[in-house]
Design a protein around this ligand. Structure first.
Ligand SMILES: Cc1ncc(COP(=O)(O)O)c(C=O)c1O
Length: 369
């Protein structure tokens, strides 16, 4: 017989979760605000995606295709995959949550890394399981630390590659070593939200590793280089059995019709993506060297943001810099919750914003602009 309570009570552990706090959007009293806090692209989506979105507005009374076939086929043809191994989600966040919902329960453990994306921890705890943190090395995922954290309770391992908020990556050889060291029943989630931006010969988002193993999945998003964050479009490439399990519990119409249409058009426009990647590459280099020149440390980034570290000694701390930048209309991301109390993360923005942040930080650091 169950015990009667005076009000509805969530499952144990739910109220221990610290809710995700999205990047700030407002700078009170400032006329022109640049939001550089959520790793959105400054270039917007492909005009073809906008066109497809608008066309979808003509049929809003109809349910979307619950299989999101048009989008899965477009993704499959661009990446050379079988559409049967692709599952789309309302942002990749939904897929990260579904993986935890389906594969974790009370008593299980999920491994995350020291500076890993906060959604992993939230979803592990939401499923009633326990997050176990593996240390990183030089702000980079450490495969040995992850393997050392595995116990007989481990069911899932999450790594973002590249990492957020670090912007660092590990080569595919390390991913393979990680997979080889994990028990076969442990799912390895390769979150490749920023994969399109990476220009490194030893990097792979994970397609090969997923294709040749039954316990690896890769998640991707249209929120970054494709500029569709508002529409919530993510996808997962995974073995058929994992897709099947998630399909059983997801919402039957988890992808809305405008998102399906715009996503399909966006991924077919790869020349737009290449332009966005080139623009990003140029500014990652410029911003990194400009910040280093004024005495700031920057973690080397292969993604579309930079993690800027403020000096410990002389009192010019990240919180002061955040306030200083916000008062000038530049909103960066405080990353205290990621284990970086004296750092800020800056998404690559439009040219005037990037130049403006360089100028403002130069002034903040006491150099002549
Ligand atoms: C590492 C990482 N994974 C996943 C996401 C979530 O992406 P989506 O917008 O597809 O839910 C983000 C967004 O910030 C991210 O940084």
């Amino acid at each position: 017989m169950s015990v009667e309570m005076s009000k509805p009570v969530p499952r144990p552990g739910i109220l221990d979760i610290a809710a995700y706090v999205p990047g700030k959007e407002h700078a009170p009293g400032v006329a022109r605000v640049y939001k550089l806090s959520s790793n959105e692209t400054p270039l917007g989506p492909s005009p073809k995606a906008i066109e497809a979105f608008k066309a979808a507005a003509g049929n809003l009374e109809r349910y979307p295709d619950g299989q999101a076939l048009e989008l899965r086929e477009a993704i499959a043809s661009v990446h050379g995959l079988n559409p049967a191994n692709i599952l789309c989600g309302n942002g990749s966040d939904e897929l990260l949550g579904l993986l935890c919902h389906v594969y974790l329960g009370a008593g299980d453990e999920g491994i995350i890394t020291e500076h890993g994306f906060l959604v992993y921890k939230i979803q592990i705890m939401g499923a009633g399981a326990t997050p176990v943190v593996a240390k990183e090395k030089d702000h980079t995922v450490d495969v040995d630390a992850i393997l050392a954290a595995v116990t007989d309770k481990t069911k899932i391992v999450f790594i973002a590659n590249p990492g957020n908020p670090t912007g660092t990556y590990i080569p595919v050889s390390e991913i393979r070593r990680l997979q080889a060291g994990l028990p076969k029943h442990v799912i390895l989630v390769l979150d490749a939200a920023y994969a399109e931006y990476v220009r490194r010969n030893d990097y792979e988002a994970g397609i090969e590793v997923v294709s040749s193993n039954a316990n690896v999945v890769m998640t991707r998003t249209f929120s970054k280089v494709y500029g569709l964050a508002a529409l919530r479009v993510g996808w997962m490439y995974a073995p058929a059995e994992i897709i099947d399990a998630l399909n059983r519990v997801r919402g039957p119409f988890n992808m809305n019709a405008p998102a399906i249409a715009a996503g399909a058009a966006a991924i077919r426009d790869q020349s737009f993506v290449q332009e966005a990647v080139s623009y990003n590459h140029l500014w990652i280099e410029k911003l990194t060297s400009a910040f280093e020149a004024i005495g700031l440390k920057v973690t080397p980034s292969v993604a579309n943001f930079v993690l800027i570290h403020f000096p410990e000694a002389d009192g010019r701390r990240a919180t002061d810099a955040d306030e200083f930048l916000t008062s000038r209309g530049y909103i960066l991301r405080a990353v205290r919750g990621y284990g970086f109390p004296n750092s800020l993360r800056m998404s690559i923005g439009p040219e005037e914003a990037n130049r403006g942040v360089i100028e403002a930080l130069t002034e903040f650091m006491g150099h002549k602009a």
